[in-house]
Design a protein around this ligand. Structure first.
Ligand code: FES
Length: 265
């Protein structure tokens, strides 16, 4: 199934839009972009995703969070006069004149199957499941392709050296878009390998957080049942005002921040 559907009526219409003048939407001048080879005139201020929608495309896949988090909207593009293939997230990258772009479909990289409860923290677990790890030739194309600036090649090198903690930390911002794998000449599924590394790191290497254990115990002992029932019985207005008046953690709060009212902790 295609990631995007083109609504023929609107796309035909968009092709006939003039080059140059202010758009009628008030969102900036119209510029030409090429989606899978076809020209569309779109407002210059839009992201690729919004520009494609403006041009008449409807996202049926490849559009999740719209906030640079889910990795669903990986896009490959080239600018006119350049040989270089560029990459970006359609929901974050703003269009440029004469951008030739396409969205990559679901990328069919190898994803190992495993019973995580039987996996230990030894790096050999990763080597067994992903022996292709050692096909890495350190070309660094994966790092250059990453829209999240993850040091992909360094994280792969860390794994080859048996350092799961470093690989997990380096790949923390990975959003699983698959662009690294799409450019890899060794055909590694870097993003799937990193996911396993982070699972092992979080579950079997990092010391357990004491406060998390206490919270899980409190939940299973029913500490919050009465409060949850109270919330379920509230009307919309009261719920709304409670939500708006709630005490929020300040953006730059330190590790030791606690709310003034600790009744619900
Ligand atoms: S839609 Fe989720 S990262 Fe772009």
């Amino acid at each position: 199934m295609s990631k995007i559907e083109e609504r023929q009526d609107q796309s035909e219409q968009s092709e006939s839009l003039p080059v140059g003048p202010q758009s009628t939407t008030g969102t900036g001048e119209l510029i030409p972009v090429y989606v899978m080879g076809k020209q569309y005139m779109v407002p210059e201020t839009l992201t690729i995703m919004k520009a494609m929608e403006y041009a008449g495309f409807k996202f049926i896949r490849g559009c999740g969070c719209r906030g640079g988090i889910c990795g669903a909207c990986a896009t490959v593009y080239r600018k006119e006069g350049e040989y270089k293939l560029r990459v970006g997230l359609a929901c974050q990258t703003v269009v440029e004149p004469k951008m030739y772009l396409t969205q990559i479909p679901f990328y069919p990289a190898n994803r190992a199957r495993y019973d995580f409860s039987k996996i230990t923290s030894a790096p050999e677990e990763i080597y067994k499941l992903y022996p292709e790890l050692f096909r890495c030739v350190a070309c660094n194309l994966c790092t250059k392709a990453c829209p999240m600036d993850v040091q992909v090649m360094d994280a792969i090198s860390a794994l080859k050296q048996g350092n799961i903690a470093r690989a997990a930390t380096l790949s923390f911002s990975c959003i699983q878009c698959g662009l690294c794998a799409s450019r890899c000449m060794g055909e590694l599924p870097q993003y799937h390998i990193f996911q396993l590394a982070r699972r092992i790191y979080g579950s079997k290497i990092v010391p357990r957080a004491g406060h998390l254990g206490q919270a899980v115990t409190a939940i299973s002992e029913g500490r919050y049942e009465e409060w949850l029932r109270m919330l379920m019985e509230m009307g919309e207005e009261e719920l709304r005002s409670r939500y708006q008046e709630r005490e929020m953690e300040p953006p730059m709060a330190g590790e030791d921040w606690v709310p003034a009212n600790v009744e619900y902790l």
